[in-house]
Design a binder for this molecule. Structure first.
Ligand code: MLT
Length: 369
């Protein structure tokens, strides 16, 4: 029997795996694989649009989110084998795979080892290369630093690499959300996964053997796996398509959901050629996380962020001499308890920029704004 909903638990190879299974029965299956150190909820806004016509599975990779870690040493190969075991358990013969970053490493490994099980591949902000010795060294230092300084500090540092600079102004609620995903990840998972990442094998040599349609998406400002890395993959995969997502860094699906979803849906629809409209089924499991349901408070945050973006853009373009006033952006993140404080900080920040700008314009008006 198929269970529908989010956070469904299933024993796969004696380990508890937590997954989402939504969308119509018998529809083509899309499997979403998250990045490190995140969990399946990073795909909430993709699940929402895909389930109209597709059966969508998003799962927590071993040790992440609510899936158990087990006792084996982590490796990308092990993660890929887990994916196949999950597909077997769910009786999914073939699927389209979509993986972001580490999810892409897993997808490429699975595609290389089990090509007959996949119809199409979507590689997001990822790479086929193995770690350089410098990158390995850095990961080992990260393990030490997490041991010494804790996850919170690691999270704050890594957010700067995960997101485009502009997302810190336009997309603050997503930054808070991703930070929660990082800090909710069990401590042991960091070291086990970082070691797995250092040991992963390159898959670039296998790219030319991929025979299914491939879409490559990458955030224009991705610092971890930048567009030139994506372009190298695109050149090696016959017939693959690539799109650079504007206004996005490494988490392009979260930072520019609109553009990402457009490209994703266009591609998946083209692979499935005008999917039939499938009949929706009632849920058997009803625990749902409505990531996109915007509360009044989130709306206020969005509005103030948009105002800040406009005024900072104006200052940069027309009054660069005032840009130093923008350095004091309040970086407090909002949690359930301090959302009001965040809103207050942002409002104060906006008002102070506005008053600096107005005062300056009165004293030295500029033409052409
Ligand atoms: C990820 O987002 O999964 C990680 O950035 C992958 C990596 O560090 O190589």
């Amino acid at each position: 029997m198929r269970y529908l909903g989010t956070n469904i638990e299933l024993a796969v190879n004696k380990l508890k795996v937590s997954y989402t299974d939504e969308g119509p029965d018998n529809a083509p299956v899309i499997i979403l694989i998250h990045g490190f150190p995140l969990n399946k909820s990073m795909w909430n806004k993709q699940v929402e649009v895909l389930i109209e016509n597709y059966r969508v599975i998003a799962y927590d990779v071993r040790g992440h989110g609510s899936s158990e870690a087990g006792t084996e040493d982590f490796s990308i190969e092990l993660f890929a084998n887990d994916l196949l075991a999950l597909m077997d358990e769910l009786k999914i013969e073939r699927a389209t795979l979509c993986g972001l970053s580490m999810g892409g490493y897993i997808a490429l490994n699975a595609m290389g080892n089990y090509p007959k099980r996949f119809d199409a591949l979507i590689l997001c902000d990822t790479s086929c290369a193995a770690d350089t010795s410098e990158a390995k060294e850095k990961r080992l230092m990260t393990i030490e630093s997490i041991d010494k300084n804790g996850i919170e500090r690691y999270a704050n540092e890594s957010l700067k690499n995960l997101f485009a600079a502009e997302s810190f102004v336009t997309n603050r609620e997503s930054i808070v959300w991703v930070k929660e995903m990082i800090t909710d990840t069990p401590v042991k998972t960091f070291s086990s996964t970082l070691i797995a990442l250092t040991k992963r094998k390159e898959t670039c040599d296998k790219l030319s053997r991929i025979e299914v349609p491939v879409l490559i998406l990458v955030g224009k400002e991705d610092k971890i796996t930048p567009p030139d890395v994506a372009l190298l993959m695109q050149k090696s995969i016959n017939g693959s398509q690539m799109y650079i997502i504007e206004h996005a860094g490494h988490l392009s699906n979260i930072e520019n959901t609109y553009e990402f979803n457009n490209q994703l849906l266009n591609f998946i629809d083209s692979v499935n050629q005008q999917p039939e409209k499938y009949v929706k089924r009632d849920r058997l499991v009803t625990e749902v996380y409505h990531a996109s349901k915007i509360t009044q408070h989130e709306k206020l945050l969005k509005d103030i962020n948009a105002k800040i973006l406009r005024i900072t853009g104006k200052i940069k373009d027309h009054y660069p001499e005032l840009a130093k006033n923008m350095d004091e952006m309040p970086v407090k993140s909002s949690t359930e308890d301090n959302q009001e404080i965040t809103l207050e900080h942002l409002t104060n920040y906006y008002e102070s920029l506005n008053s600096v700008l107005n005062k300056y314009r009165q004293e030295s008006p500029k033409i052409g704004e």
